[in-house]
Design a protein around this ligand. Sequence first.
Ligand SMILES: [Mn+2]
Length: 251
Amino acid sequence: MLDAQRSSQLSAVSSELLCPMPDAQCEHAQCPHSLFKIMQSNIQAPSSLNLDLAFPARTASVSRTTKETDVQVSLNLDGQGRCSADTGIPFLDHMLHQISSHGLIDLEVRATGDIEIDDHHTNEDVGITLGQALAQALGDRKGIVRFGHFIAPLDEALVQVSLDFSGRPHLSYGLDIPTQRVGTYDTQLVREFFVAVANNSLMTLHIRQLDGINSHHIIEATFKAFARATRMAVEIDPRRAGAIPSSKGVL
Ligand SMILES: [Mn+2]
């Protein structure tokens, strides 16, 4: 479904680029017509340029089933921040929306799990599956910026996230969340979630709390900073020209 959405977006973009105004009458610097002329002059490609070749889809779909949980994650790294999350854990759904919205990642997450015991298994397995989906969508990590960082404020809370799609999983976790629960969500599960994401996306991830009093604010600022840092890191760096961003040549 995400692929279909993407191809309709691309065809919408390419038809927008065909400004109806004749060249001589188009005087607007921001007109799509101008963008189209810039594209035509900069891209050495036939006029039947295949946008899918120029921008290969960076999508993934991962299903993971154990005796404890059943999780499906679909994502598009080049999305618009559309999110559908239903994990059975309302606060986790709220945080997945932050990743999608601020990471501009289209994200669908479905999970059923043994939440009659507690949220631990489902929370962790959503993190594992999301990490696997990130790794799958990035493939060999060619052409990406690779590093990302952001400091997100949320009222009194201020959280820094710095990450590297290094191929080497690591988490340094510096949150000091003052209450055991936010709603029904056990705040110890925030660390478990990011351990799972880092291990399965092969990411080096550092999280530092610079300020904050309210548990909800501290956690939400963390997810927002994580989203923006991820968005920065997965962006295509045009100066890389599709090369793997490592002096070793492998990530
Ligand atoms: Mn909130």
